[in-house]
Ligand binder design. Structure first.
Ligand SMILES: O=C(CO)[C@@H](O)[C@H](O)CF
Length: 534
């Protein structure tokens, strides 16, 4: 493929709260950034944080058609801004992991014959057998987790095959619930996409395949053979393989842009579309991460992930196929109570101001006088617990802290939890490890300082917070240049991460003790509350 093309590389990020587009030129200079925020730009869907939280508080979905309308809006905004679509030589993208889209019978006929005179939304909004897509925040499927684990020989066996034990948000588990509770709709479904492959389908004008990396977040893909595990599919729902299509390597060119996009937005008909993947695998690419880096993504979910040379599945966290090298892997641990929880504490105790939040944080000493607060506004991934729990230095439960202690407590407990689970996943943070922060909250230096102190490591950022969308650009460029070009060459102009926070000498004594208390207190609340919510 062309070496030094004079074109653009475009990346889409279908995340929980918004749809983003980023484009770079062949020197990796950003030439476009555009957004559609679901709650405010598409208020007719009445989402909060891009989602619908159902009355039982554990069923959480997003309207599939909202994502379609967001793409119409985004492309129109790009067109109005004068973006030259004809210069895009390759594109890719990502979607929030685990979410699923259910195309009803006959939808493919519509998808492959779209009229360029009308928006995608007008033509596709009624083509889904399940109009509300289950997404990664859902925690209503604990029973299905245990059923699928039992069917294949236990939690560890499921982890050995698919890289994870049964997790509530994982797609295969969600499909089992849909088969059990909406069987007619399931049988009226001709294709099940992930959010990533659904987005790619809108761009190629046909069903796009699921890639190995995002497919690793389904409890369905055998992460060693990179094919659907027949026994796990059977444990979830009948005739599932025909609805999923064949998975492909994440670097695969899956086709050219659709004639709809050429006619309506003047893309070049030769524009290549590279398989879309999950948002976290895309960030691994967008950060130009290397083995040894520890990525802390601070967004709607906080996620820790890292490049792994081999698969080491366990009962904590997840092993995914690496999006940049199908023979390598990616370790990942996800936490649901993240940015929205931090924002809630900011609104409750810091008058809604990050500046006030930072002042209060500094007013409380590191270690917070021994106060520990655990804030699970929505059922957490691990443990599956919901509620707010405050403990004083004597491990006595209390109703409330001072405002400054509430602020410090939410950050210290969140990042102690992240370290606890990362260690359970086998993560070792060596003296020269780079902790690279990304995501919306990575612009908040106060938060990064807490991470540096608790992780006992320096924290770096790059100046591109939209690492997932940027990962789409980089992956498109890699496929365009040809896979015999090492990815490190493709991203050689990527800005080096900059150290923005260093560990405070001596605080490890404080946090070693606090961390040990945190683990015991979390185990105690989990024992008392596990699964009481479903
Ligand atoms: O569930 C997650 C990862 O396993 C989340 O990070 C979602 O990908 C967020 F969209």
């Amino acid at each position: 493929m062309a070496e030094n093309c004079r074109g653009y590389f475009l990346g889409f990020d279908f995340s929980t709260q918004q749809l983003k587009a980023l484009a770079v030129d062949e020197s990796l200079k950003v030439v476009l950034e555009e957004y559609v925020k679901f709650d405010t730009d598409l208020p007719e869907f009445k989402t909060y944080g891009g989602v619908h939280i159902h009355d039982n508080k554990v069923t959480i979905t997003s309207p599939t058609a909202m994502w379609i309308k967001a793409l119409d809006l985004l492309l129109d905004k790009m067109k109005k801004s004068g973006f030259d679509f004809s210069k895009v030589v390759a594109l890719s993208g990502d979607g929030q992991q685990h979410g699923s889209v259910y195309w009803k019978k006959g939808a493919r006929n519509k998808l492959t014959s779209l009229s360029p005179d009308k928006p995608l939304y007008d033509q596709l909004k009624d083509e889904f057998s399940i109009p509300e897509s289950p997404i990664w925040m859902d925690a209503s499927t604990t029973r299905q987790c245990r059923e699928v684990e039992a069917a294949v020989g236990g939690a560890m066996r499921l982890a050995e095959i698919t890289g994870s034990r049964g997790f509530e948000r994982f797609t295969g588990i969600q499909i089992r619930k849909i088969y059990q509770t909406k069987q007619e709709a399931y049988e009226n479904t001709e294709r099940i996409s992930l959010v990533s492959s659904f987005a790619a389908s809108l761009l190629i004008g046909d069903y796009a395949p699921i890639d190995f990396s995002d497919g690793s977040g389904m409890n369905l893909l055998d992460i060693r053979t990179k094919s659907w595990s027949a026994e796990v599919l059977e444990a979830c729902a009948p005739d599932l393989a025909s609805k999923l299509g064949e998975p492909v390597p994440s670097h695969q060119v899956i086709g050219n842009i659709s004639s709809y996009m050429v006619s309506r937005y003047h893309f070049s008909p030769d524009c290549k579309v590279v398989a879309f993947t999950g948002d976290n695998p895309a960030s691994l690419a967008g950060l130009a991460a290397r083995q040894g880096d520890i990525i802390v993504s601070l967004g709607s979910s906080d996620v820790i992930f890292l490049w792994l040379p081999s698969a080491t599945p366990g009962l904590t966290g997840h092993i995914l196929v690496n999006p940049l090298d199908p023979e390598s892997y990616m370790g990942l641990i996800c936490f649901k109570n993240s940015s929205l929880t931090r924002e809630k504490i900011r609104d409750l105790y810091a008058e809604g101001s990050w500046e006030k939040f930072e002042q209060l944080l500094k007013a409380a000493p590191k270690g917070n006088h021994g106060n520990i607060g655990i804030y699970f506004d929505t059922a957490e991934v691990q443990p599956v617990v919901m509620g707010t729990f405050r403990f004083n230095e004597n491990d006595e439960q209390v109703e409330r802290f001072s405002n400054e202690s509430e602020v410090r407590a939410v950050l210290e407990s969140q990042f102690m939890a992240r370290l606890v689970y990362a260690r359970k996943c086998g993560l070792q943070i060596g003296p020269d490890a780079r902790v690279i922060a990304t995501g919306g909250a990575s612009v908040n230096k106060a938060i990064l300082q807490v991470i540096a102190d608790i992780f006992n490591s320096s924290v770096y950022v790059t100046d591109v917070p939209n690492s997932a969308a940027l990962g789409g650009c980089y992956r498109a460029k890699h496929a365009w240049q040809g896979l015999d070009t090492p990815f490190t060459d493709v991203v050689k102009n990527h800005p080096d991460p900059v150290c923005v926070a260093s560990h405070t000498p001596g605080v490890e004594k404080i946090y070693d003790l606090l961390q040990a208390r945190y683990e015991k207190l979390e185990e105690m609340i989990a024992a008392n509350y596990e699964n009481k919510i479903v």
